[in-house]
Design a protein around this ligand. Structure first.
Ligand SMILES: Cc1cc2nc3c(=O)[nH]c(=O)nc-3n(C[C@H](O)[C@H](O)[C@H](O)COP(=O)(O)OP(=O)(O)OC[C@H]3O[C@@H](n4cnc5c(N)ncnc54)[C@H](O)[C@@H]3O)c2cc1C
Length: 458
């Protein structure tokens, strides 16, 4: 199968570029390649581009999936030289320049951009995934939302039936930006949005605990912002423990060595590993499976292949370029421009290396707080409300699609100003791992009989 269907007479020599992955790197590569005389195929196993930085807002019921996802076809609709194939890349034949897809299709390329991102790492304990879901996909977001909301519902029911319920402990494993954002959002839900909705339980009594294995939360941020983040978490009633290595995850609790920590909901925000496709290329990878690339983003010996985004291991000034959205976008654009130079379609030095232009990092901590390490257009460390406003503006700006920007802005305004409902729907199963055993313990400890509780609290 060739990359573009409508090759016109005289255009037979047009190069075929295949992009694997329609994430930040893939979409930015595609929109740059749209300007070149090449035929492009984007392959993604999903039909949409997902704005992952706002995923936790799905998880915590502020936004719905359609707000932060956009069909890839609609993003490239106006670019006639780009086609989209919903399929999954399974393996490569690098000698024949061919990709094998899940449906049996074999796709040929002259240039290949691999940008399939990363996934969770449970550090060899994949069995923990069911007990402590991580946040990477829309499905993960909906599952986390289900568990968090269900915990409150089950507690209310149990309170009505027995007059007691297990402590609403939410444990988040990992104190990086995702863990901190999840913790802040659960705290908001419990303290601000849920308290008016329940009659028998007090959702604001929920306890949120972040367990971080390293000595600091937000380890990649400057020390003063780590301190500010800690203060803002404490203000929200969130506890965090550092140097806390989780050694086991079980239904209803986690272990830190010999210490047991009860949890009605456990969430995973601790580790990532590269997409498994990296290893299947048969080139050098690092311990997380990221492909080691040179200054042109090529793996050794393959100037026709570009690795972009989270999947790439790029060294700059002695440090690894971080796996976040900005470098992914810049790598995608770089790869496309370099292809332009290699085929002689654009000017500029062919030997110019990729260089990450770091504009800074931000993490939000609940409704009105955040930390921002700004590096461009000026240098500053902000925290609290100014950092949160900056975070809000940047995220609206980078969301793809006018419809998404408008609907996210509207939904945020409604939710943040009016403390309104958000998207608090529970879909799927009504089971919570470990709930039954925890509620039995709570019942045994309670002095009221079930009947008494029912009569007293109709
Ligand atoms: C919860 C969360 C919050 C985040 N917050 C921030 C933030 O605030 N700021 C920030 O800068 N970064 C943030 N990030 C990181 C940022 O989202 C990633 O660095 C970025 O998405 C990487 O872009 P990418 O193009 O490499 O991969 P992705 O955006 O992950 O895209 C990869 C694409 O490849 C597709 N794919 C995977 N395997 C295959 C296959 N075999 N065949 C076909 N298609 C495949 C996937 O469906 C996906 O569409 C966050 C990430 C998460 C998960």
């Amino acid at each position: 199968m060739t990359a573009a269907a409508d090759v016109k007479p005289g255009e037979a020599m047009r190069k075929r570029v295949v992009i694997l992955g329609g994430g930040f790197a893939g979409i930015n590569a595609a929109t740059e390649l749209a300007k070149l005389p090449v035929d492009v195929t984007i392959v993604d196993r999903r039909n949409y581009h997902l704005f992952q930085p706002l995923l936790y807002q799905i998880a915590l019921a502020v936004l719905s999936p359609a707000d932060i996802a956009q069909p890839i076809r609609s993003i490239v609709r106006d670019h006639r030289n780009i086609e989209v194939l919903m399929d999954e890349a399974l393996s490569f034949d690098l000698a024949q320049r061919r990709i094998h897809l899940k449906t049996g299709v074999q796709l040929e390329y002259d240039y290949l951009i691999v940008a399939t991102g990363s996934t969770h790492s449970y550090f060899g304990h994949d069995e923990w995934a069911k007990l402590a879901p991580g946040l990477k996909t829309v499905e993960d977001g909906i599952e986390i939302r289900r568990r968090v909301l269900l915990a409150f519902e089950l507690a209310e029911r149990q309170m009505m039936e027995t007059g007691t319920h297990p402590p609403l402990n939410f444990v988040i494993i990992g104190g990086g930006p995702t863990g901190v954002e999840l913790a802040g959002a659960i705290s908001d839900i419990a303290r601000l949005y849920m308290t008016r909705d329940f009659r028998h339980i007090d959702p604001s009594m929920a306890k949120i605990l972040i367990l971080e294995g390293s000595p600091k939360i937000l380890g990649s941020y400057p020390a003063d912002l780590q301190v500010k983040a800690g203060e803002q978490l404490t203000e929200l009633g969130i506890t965090f423990r550092t140097n806390a290595h989780v050694t086991d995850v079980q239904p209803g609790y986690v272990m830190i060595g010999d210490e047991r920590v009860d949890a009605v909901v456990t969430l995973w925000a601790a580790g990532v590993q590269a997409s498994p496709l990296g290893k299947l290329l048969g080139v050098e990878t690092d311990r997380r499976g990221c492909v080691t690339v040179d200054g042109h983003l090529n793996p050794a010996g393959h100037p026709e292949i570009f690795i972009c985004g989270d999947l790439a291991h790029v060294e700059q000034d002695g440090k690894q370029v971080p796996g976040v959205a900005q470098p992914a976008m810049q790598m995608g654009r770089y790869a496309a421009k370099r292809i332009g130079r290699l085929i002689g379609a654009t000017s500029g030095s062919k030997d110019e290396n990729f260089r990450y232009f770091d504009k800074g990092d931000m993490a939000t901590i609940g409704r009105k707080a955040a930390v921002a390490d700004i590096k461009w257009p000026f240098k500053a460390h902000w925290s609290g409300f100014p950092a949160w406003m900056t975070w809000l503006t940047v995220h609206i700006f980078f969301l793809i699609g006018f419809r998404n920007r408008f609907s996210v802005f509207r939904q945020w305004a409604i939710t943040y100003l009016t403390f309104n409902d958000g998207v608090r729907l529970i879909t799927g199963s009504q089971d919570l791992p470990g709930w039954d055993s925890q509620s039995k313990v709570a019942e045994e400890a309670s002095s009221k009989s079930p009947l008494e509780a029912m009569i007293l609290k109709p």
